[in-house]
Design a protein around this ligand. Structure first.
Ligand SMILES: [Zn+2]
Length: 716
């Protein structure tokens, strides 16, 4: 099925926003009075309902006004400390003395892998290889490191390090053990600055002494996730093929992202995406409360029998054009009963689960329900909300903004969610439903308070427009005031918009927001839209990871300076300036809401190259540092290629653009093959730049479709 160019663009935007791909049907274009069955699109089942007259629906919220007054400011500010200064502690390696590492080798519960990784690092440091033995063969006298598990004795994700004479104990629960190992390695001077060999810092020394460290740390964030593109996922695979990579071939290249087979990857080292490194007896909160769109199968399952369960469109019909992402009439009592039943079934089938998602599908181009019963749940004094509420007859396949005022749908979504949570509680006490704070129900409610057992994944946040930064904090402050467990799950890594191949740094925004949200009780951070373009954004990713798990509570400046010092030695100051310049450049673009195009147009690639050249001179002879500078330079090489596509776009000549895109893809492929640890195929080639007018956009969309029928597959 060939999709229309507009759908293709929308699909890319959605993919970028981390939403589900649309299963939209092709090119149906109704006009006033036209019957839906004249143009039934692929995948639509069921009968025709309603009058099919656009604007048949009254857009008046019918709910009585609410009187909730919610806080607009976060209560706490994150507090930071200085790096602890410690005495020297256990000597691990000195002359003939080499530490022994003991763990449970029989159970193979993950601690054995960490023992191996620790031993490898110590050998890299000193040239002496510690023995890894089973706990039953632990030597009588030290030095010895014992890696253990404290399930049942400690709290979820707790990390424990304690010394008793010549013995150092490293333990905890689940990923807490892994984080304790990271803490030990970082205390020894090791760092994982970005993926790949160049990103690992391992200081060389004959005598390896550990500071007298001790740790008993329960992280505030129980959920720490980063959605990186995973080869094998069909969308990611399509993106790889667009750049001429077979996924299996690319998988082999990707191995370069870990410094040594068997070691934890960059994210796992930092405690992100780390759920299964060390076995734990209890299912983790992270694994059992994941949010995700549900009810994709409801249209095929129920439309025939219960058309009234589906959202009334402004066409007057409840028929949905998408079979896999329907909008639902969430006020319908029988629908609610069905959803409660299905949710309870999830818990019955998985008794260890703590939560089950009741997040609504994205709906494709379908609008939210505008029936009387739904509108009765919309308080008349709710704030104004736009988008996804109205389908224009001229452009049924675009997200037309509502031409009239309508209100936020948060209260209606809470009415629904509270009802489901109440029914679930009656059948399965102690279990949580998981709901998004998202789309037209992002703004805080004006009437209803959420049931305290609901877990929220709050998608609020936009880092592309500085005017919107304060709104994020107001939003989080209001929602946290209810006391519900809340995971911040923004699409803020989309930055100024999609398609950027340029180096970026807005790590401070993330660091400060994550730190303050933690201080105010957010229980998780789950970030979507990760480019995994580590050369371009590795520093920012590092700052994000450090904000998520920060046992010493170090501030941004301290961690940023440490990144530059440990990674770049004599060139540290120059690299620090490079990152500050990138940050300044980003913030100016965000303050002007200039989008990716504005960022690119004002970016002087030569100036940033000159900065790296200066850093190279300062680091002369230090090959590790030079390799890291080369790693950063890869993103400037990619930027030079992207700039050419951008320039072709601006000519208005689609043939030039098509040719430039072909060259771009080939060049990016070459760069990825040369530096697979530093960058990846990606960046939406067809979104490089923003057409100024609708006419210009349509012209280009048509041109691109002619040029490349598979263009929607161009980027993951
Ligand atoms: Zn309804």
């Amino acid at each position: 099925m060939k999709r229309s160019p507009i759908v293709a663009i929308a699909t890319s935007v959605l993919a970028l926003a981390g939403c589900v791909t649309l299963g939209l049907a092709s090119t149906w274009r109704p006009t006033r009075g036209e019957r839906f069955d004249d143009a039934v699109a692929d995948g639509v089942v069921g009968t025709i309902q309603g009058t099919n007259i656009f604007d048949a629906i009254d857009y008046t919220p019918l709910g009585a006004p609410g009187s909730l007054v919610l806080p607009t400011q976060l209560v706490y500010k994150a507090e930071f400390r200085t790096r602890p200064v410690r005495e020297k502690g256990l000597t691990l390696i000195d002359g003939d003395v080499v530490v022994t590492i003991a763990c449970n080798l029989k159970e193979r519960d993950g601690t054995h892998k960490l023992a191996d990784e620790l031993a490898w690092h110590l050998n890299e440091m000193s040239g002496r290889q510690p023995k890894v033995v089973d706990i039953s063969a632990k030597p009588e006298s030290g030095p010895v490191i014992v890696i253990g598990r404290d399930d049942g004795k400690a709290r979820e994700l707790e990390s424990i390090i304690r010394r008793n004479g010549d013995e150092l104990y490293i333990g905890g629960v689940g990923d807490g053990v892994s984080q304790a190992i990271t803490y030990v390695l970082e205390s020894l001077g090791c760092r994982y600055l970005f993926p790949g060999k160049a990103g690992k810092v391992i200081p060389k020394r004959e005598k390896v002494e550990l500071d007298d460290i001790a740790l008993d740390y329960v992280p505030r964030l129980k959920v720490r996730l980063m959605k990186v593109p995973v080869t094998g996922n069909h969308k990611v695979n399509d993106g790889l093929r667009a750049y001429g990579f077979e996924p299996s071939e690319y998988s082999k290249l990707e191995r370069a992202k870990v410094d040594r087979p068997g070691n934890r990857g960059f994210w796992q080292w930092h405690g992100v995406n780390a759920g299964k490194i060390v076995k734990t007896d209890n299912p983790t909160f992270q694994a059992s409360v994941l949010a995700g769109h549900q009810y994709g199968g409801y249209y095929a399952r129920f439309f025939k029998e219960h058309p009234e369960w589906f959202a009334l469109q402004n066409t007057g019909s409840r028929q949905q054009e998408t079979n896999s992402h329907p909008r639902l009439c969430t006020s319908n009592p029988q629908l609610r009963e069905q959803i409660a039943k299905d949710t309870i079934r999830v818990f019955e089938a998985n008794p260890g689960r703590q939560g089950a998602s009741i997040c609504m599908p994205d709906g494709g181009y379908m609008t939210y329900c505008m029936c009387d019963e739904c509108r009765k749940l919309d308080p008349a004094n709710s704030p104004v909300s736009r988008g996804y509420l109205y389908r224009s007859k001229e452009k049924p396949h675009s997200w037309a903004k509502h031409p009239y005022s309508y209100v936020s749908l948060t209260d209606r979504m809470l009415d629904f969610s509270n009802d489901i949570q109440r029914r679930v509680r009656a059948a399965c006490p102690g279990k949580h439903v998981v709901q998004f704070v998202y789309s037209n129900y992002t703004q805080p409610p004006v009437k209803l308070r959420p049931d305290p057992d609901i877990v929220f994944f709050n998608v609020a946040g936009n880092y592309g427009d500085a005017k919107r930064f304060p709104a994020l904090r107001r939003n989080i402050a209001a929602w946290l005031s209810f006391g519900n467990q809340t995971v911040w799950r923004p699409n803020c890594l989309a930055g100024l918009g999609g398609g950027n191949r340029y180096p970026v740094n807005y790590g401070r925004l993330f660091f400060n927001d994550i730190s303050d949200f933690k201080a105010n009780g957010v229980v998780g951070v789950s970030l979507d839209c990760c480019s995994a373009d580590y050369s371009a954004a590795g520093f920012m990713f590092y700052m994000i990871a450090k904000a998520m798990t920060n046992p010493d509570r170090l501030d941004y400046e301290t961690i940023a300076a440490d990144w530059c010092r440990t990674g770049f030695g004599k060139a540290a100051d120059e690299i620090a300036d490079y990152m500050l310049e990138l940050e300044k450049h980003y913030m100016q673009a965000a303050e002007g809401a200039m989008g990716v195009g504005g960022y690119m147009d004002r970016f002087d690639i030569g100036e940033f190259e000159a900065r790296l050249d200066k850093a190279r001179k300062l680091a002369d002879g230090d090959f590790d540092v030079l390799a890291r500078i080369d790693y950063l330079a890869v993103s400037l090489e990619c930027a030079r290629e992207a700039a050419k596509v951008r320039a072709a776009w601006k000519t208005g000549d689609w043939k030039k653009l098509g040719a430039a895109r072909k060259v771009y893809k080939d060049r990016i492929k070459e760069i990825v093959i040369a530096h697979p640890d530093a960058t990846r195929p990606g960046g939406c080639v067809h979104m490089l730049g923003r057409p100024a007018t609708a006419e210009e956009r349509d012209r280009f969309q048509q041109a691109l479709a002619d040029d490349d029928p598979d263009r929607e597959k161009a980027a993951p």
